[in-house]
Design a protein around this ligand. Sequence first.
Ligand SMILES: *[C@@H]1O[C@H](CO)[C@@H](O)[C@H](O)[C@H]1NC(C)=O
Ligand SMILES: *[C@@H]1O[C@H](CO)[C@@H](O)[C@H](O)[C@H]1NC(C)=O
Ligand SMILES: *[C@@H]1O[C@H](CO)[C@@H](O)[C@H](O)[C@H]1NC(C)=O
Ligand SMILES: *[C@@H]1O[C@H](CO)[C@@H](O)[C@H](O)[C@H]1NC(C)=O
Ligand SMILES: *[C@@H]1O[C@H](CO)[C@@H](O)[C@H](O)[C@H]1NC(C)=O
Ligand SMILES: *[C@@H]1O[C@H](CO)[C@@H](O)[C@H](O)[C@H]1NC(C)=O
Ligand SMILES: *[C@@H]1O[C@H](CO)[C@@H](O)[C@H](O)[C@H]1NC(C)=O
Ligand SMILES: *[C@@H]1O[C@H](CO)[C@@H](O)[C@H](O)[C@H]1NC(C)=O
Ligand SMILES: *[C@@H]1O[C@H](CO)[C@@H](O)[C@H](O)[C@H]1NC(C)=O
Ligand SMILES: *[C@@H]1O[C@H](CO)[C@@H](O)[C@H](O)[C@H]1NC(C)=O
Length: 553
Amino acid sequence: MWPWLLLLLPGGFSREFSLKDKSIYFIVVDRFARDDASNVSYCDETADWVNNTGGGYCGGTLNGIANHLDYIQGMGFDCIWITPVVESNGYMGYDAVDLWKINRHFGSQEDLRALSKELHLREMCLVLDIVVNHMRPLVVKGKLNLSLVPFDQESHYNQRGLENQSFEEYLLAWPPPAFDPSADNENLRNLSMGSKVCGPGVFEHTECACFPGNSGPNCPSFSEKDLSTGYLGVMGDLNHSHPFVRQTLLRWVKEMVQNYSLDALRLDTAIYLERDFLPEIQAAAGVEILGEATVNNLTFHASLQGESGVAALLNFPPFYHLPEAFCGYRIGGVFGDYSMQGTWLDKPNLWGLGAVLQLQLSSDFYDHDLLGNFADNHDEYSRLAHYCKQDTLRIQQALVWVMTMQGIPIVYYGTEQGLDGHQSPSNTKGQDALRESLWQTGYRRDTWQYLLLRKLNRLRRLFGSSRAEIQNFTENTLVFTRADAWVFLNNAPNTTQLVPQRYCPGPEPGAGWRWIDALSEEPMDAYLAGGCFDAPDKFPKVLVQRTRAPVLL
Ligand SMILES: *[C@@H]1O[C@H](CO)[C@@H](O)[C@H](O)[C@H]1NC(C)=O
Ligand SMILES: *[C@@H]1O[C@H](CO)[C@@H](O)[C@H](O)[C@H]1NC(C)=O
Ligand SMILES: *[C@@H]1O[C@H](CO)[C@@H](O)[C@H](O)[C@H]1NC(C)=O
Ligand SMILES: *[C@@H]1O[C@H](CO)[C@@H](O)[C@H](O)[C@H]1NC(C)=O
Ligand SMILES: *[C@@H]1O[C@H](CO)[C@@H](O)[C@H](O)[C@H]1NC(C)=O
Ligand SMILES: *[C@@H]1O[C@H](CO)[C@@H](O)[C@H](O)[C@H]1NC(C)=O
Ligand SMILES: *[C@@H]1O[C@H](CO)[C@@H](O)[C@H](O)[C@H]1NC(C)=O
Ligand SMILES: *[C@@H]1O[C@H](CO)[C@@H](O)[C@H](O)[C@H]1NC(C)=O
Ligand SMILES: *[C@@H]1O[C@H](CO)[C@@H](O)[C@H](O)[C@H]1NC(C)=O
Ligand SMILES: *[C@@H]1O[C@H](CO)[C@@H](O)[C@H](O)[C@H]1NC(C)=O
């Protein structure tokens, strides 16, 4: 068990906080809201990853977030997850320069404390993103630059494979010897040329999600040693076996939680840390950690949660299938290159998602209430609206999945405004395209996405932390239950939205109650027969037992 901290909240009551039953709105601090609301020009600046001088700031701030909490709470979210706030090179914040300072582009220590306090007054919660695997790239403008706080010594960084070279020469001989993505590169090249099979029939997506340097035990490049002591791209990879590094990071994490009354942490690049360091970080934090575990192998994924890992995990295994399941989009580009887009298949296919979920939900190795479900994020190639080609029906199916599946629903900022990353076919901006500004939308609260998310946040409160169980899945349908509710999803295109859809199994009509679709608030008993549900149309359906229709709006 985790050593829970009793948090004393400004509201004057204490509680034992857990992410269980919470929903999260995920914010890229630099892109969500400016202090000065007068400039609403669209912004999607890119950072410099050639000379590693970072930059790319658009002007979003911590105060900007604090000023828009009504907007977020109005959609019904419990928590916000914000990207790292320590002083960093670039606008994303995952390339820290000084762990003891707050990024001056975002605000001050007081601003972060004020944001935390304001959230708690609203009975909302703050999840802060932290990076302990690495600092910013050590090579800046072609030269070794160790002006980093507090890790300013060569010995603080991994040096495996360094021979009779200087540390600078070692780093300049890109890629650093400790990291070798070539087998994954070759594997992906082979896959893209069709010599291996991947896709929905290979439900662990065994080799299809082996992005170079982002791999699990089933990938050609996998090596536990490489993951923990190899460099993650150009980032300055910390040596956690160095006593000063390890002890300082543990102290830093504890102080961040205390100084800013954080409710939980999101831990970046968790699979790249030494395995025995994960539970130490979890214990030092004293609040739940939601780990980024970019792997598809369920055994490996589950092993990162619990006593030898962290409390909660981002749920990557189903995520890797989700774009294909609902929208026929296979993430990963041609060679798993982050500057490439994925590819659209002729048809979507729910088989892979259904199979992974069935296996995952039947596994005792997971704490299913602490898996963070999502449909897109700031890294993985495409926003939901883009990969679904703006098909509102398919976008709805994916959002209903995120919000009703067992676990912690996580929605990426801008989904409610239909942001699509302005991706061009050539996608010259790569990942930067996924992080566009939000202010140009005017923070409207009447978009269909905003209203749907609000409804779904209310709906999920009916479920509590009840178990989800997969009842059936086919290429085109997914049926699961949560407590006594039934969720029916499909991947049909919007042109067929008024065509009936048969799902089996379905619930039996009850005596003394009616089955209501909580989304349309229409009674559905007339469509239940013979153990199946002959839905009148293709819109997602969530059937709940009620003597009256629940009022969700
Ligand atoms: C408004 O924002 C745009 C995009 O970030 C920027 O180019 C421009 O300089 C800003 N204008 C002012 C007056 O700050
Ligand atoms: C990197 O630095 C060189 C030399 O100073 C400069 O010519 C180039 O434009 C820089 N590239 C980027 C992406 O900033
Ligand atoms: C080293 O990097 C820091 C930013 O992290 C920068 O401010 C400084 O100018 C760099 N030093 C040199 C000599 O380039
Ligand atoms: C990490 O640091 C330890 C102790 O300082 C050292 O023995 C080890 O070789 C270093 N590991 C790497 C990969 O550089
Ligand atoms: C290290 O020294 C050996 C012997 O002098 C030499 O063969 C080898 O190429 C050197 N390695 C590097 C990386 O310079
Ligand atoms: C890629 O395909 C070639 C030719 O079939 C094969 O020799 C090689 O082992 C494959 N590479 C990987 C990583 O599977
Ligand atoms: C999945 O990971 C486990 C270790 O966590 C490993 O034993 C197993 O071989 C992996 N599965 C595949 C298909 O590679
Ligand atoms: C936390 O606050 C204390 C007291 O102000 C300060 O000494 C310490 O540096 C802070 N720690 C962090 C990680 O900001
Ligand atoms: C329907 O889907 C197509 C893409 O297949 C898209 O272009 C169109 O905007 C969508 N319309 C609605 C109302 O969802
Ligand atoms: C699952 O769906 C398929 C296709 O509709 C159907 O043939 C099969 O009977 C269903 N399975 C169950 C258990 O209802």
